[in-house]
Write a protein that binds this ligand. Structure first.
Ligand code: KDG
Ligand code: MG
Length: 402
């Protein structure tokens, strides 16, 4: 089964997505996601100029060999652009293999380990009261796990506070929007949000919170300690993780579970965190970490250290990634939770998919392959629009982590 064509499709049904469609001489095609929020066109060029020409004529069945060819073959290895390009090819080839086998992808991976996939939604508000109401709406929709973010007095455009309940889109302008950050105000305010949430809803719903790399290790330790009474499901990206050792300090001070990894690309970014049991959940997902082939290795490695998966699932990961991730989640023995930030109706129309939501869970569906397609005609009606992620500065103007 030879690859006859590979096309990169860029579309913006409300936000930008980069999709790879691989066709074979047998007539079966596969779809992969290559979206890199705010840097989309870098991956487009990588795929079009350096990957697509090398795919034509190759055997579509040899997924592992293709992965090694693209990873080792680039010589430079790793990085968000390379690993997304590899992920798109890998996802498309797994899609093809599962379609040819006439199986949903999760069956090909080894079969379902569970009946359905626990997901968490995103509730947010300009202040604590608004966020408490927003969490209530998620509970009403059936969610069992909810991430809560709130505005912070004195902080301009705090991370995670959206324009509208369901769709938080940070890449909101062609050039980066300037936001501000104030750590003392945040450390004072965040526990008050979870006081209010536990007061109102008790300990039934799982609560999660994203720190988005804003704290130093000792500040993160303080936040973790102050949230212990609230029994969080996790706090995420409590501090930047380039230095994996930084998490040891947090770990020494708190039993609040830690999640990290949405910006990682390979197992090497997380090796120390996992093997030293410095985290509880690893956040890499299919598009960010080189596809199903590499993510499966990460999950197996993490399982040895009782670290569970918690795949990134913001809206900048296309429905193609969501579909592929849900098959992975249904299979992974050490699955923890899946993030689920709903896509807009406009996006869903361009990417028809088999997965569905019910009672706080998603199921990938039983369509052959990963179950997500692209309507190319509709996609063409939504041309690319430049969009950047925001930046953050401290009050004195110092650049900080957004
Ligand atoms: O593109 C950046 C987003 O994916 C990120 O800000 C979302 O942190 C995020 C999350 O946890 O979903
Ligand atoms: Mg995050």
């Amino acid at each position: 089964m030879r690859i006859t064509s590979a096309r990169v499709i860029v579309t913006c049904p409300g936000r930008n997505f980069v999709t790879l469609k691989i066709e074979t001489d047998g007539g079966v095609y596969g779809i992969g996601d290559a979206t890199l929020n705010g840097r989309e066109m870098a991956v487009v060029a990588y795929l079009q100029d350096h990957v697509v020409p090398a795919l034509i004529g190759k055997d579509a069945r040899r997924i592992e060999d293709m992965w090694q060819f693209l990873y080792r073959g680039a010589y430079w290895r790793r990085g968000p652009v390379t690993m997304r390009a590899i992920a798109a090819v890998d996802m498309a080839l797994w899609d093809i293999k599962a379609k040819v086998a006439r199986m949903p992808l999760y069956d090909l991976l080894g079969g379902a380990s569970r009946e359905r996939v626990l997901v968490y939604g995103h509730a947010n508000g300009g202040d604590i009261d608004e966020t408490v109401e927003a969490v209530g709406r998620y509970i009403d929709m059936g969610y069992k796990a909810i991430r809560a973010q709130t505005g912070i007095p004195g902080v301009k455009l705090a991370y995670g506070v959206g324009r509208g309940d369901l769709h938080y889109e940070p890449a909101d302008a062609a050039l980066p929007t300037e936001t501000s950050w104030n750590t003392p105000a945040y450390l004072d305010h965040a526990p008050k949000l979870f006081d209010a949430l536990r007061d109102r809803y008790g300990f039934g719903p799982h609560l999660l919170h994203d720190v988005h790399h804003r704290l130093t290790p000792i500040e993160a330790a303080r936040l973790g300690k102050s949230l212990e009474p609230h029994r969080m499901f996790w706090i995420e990206d409590a501090t930047p993780a380039e230095n994996q050792e930084a998490f040891r300090l947090i770990r020494q001070h708190t039993v609040t579970p830690l999640a990290v990894g949405e910006i990682f690309n390979t197992i090497w970014d997380a090796r120390d965190l996992i093997q030293n049991q410095l985290i509880d959940y690893i956040r890499m997902t299919v598009v960010g970490a080189g596809g199903i082939t590499h993510l499966r290795r990460i999950a197996d490695f993490a399982a040895m250290y009782q670290v569970r998966t918690g795949c990134h699932g913001a809206t900048d990961l296309s429905p193609v990634t969501m579909g592929a991730a849900l098959h992975f989640d249904l299979w992974a023995p050490n699955f923890g939770i899946q993030e689920y930030m709903r896509h807009s109706d406009e996006t869903d129309a361009v990417f028809p998919h088999a997965y569905w939501f019910e009672d706080g869970h998603l199921h990938p569906g039983d369509a052959h392959g990963h179950g997500v397609d692209i309507d190319e005609e509709l996609a063409a009606k939504h041309p690319y629009r430049p969009a950047s992620l925001p930046v953050a500065r401290l009050e004195d103007g110092t650049m900080w982590n957004w």
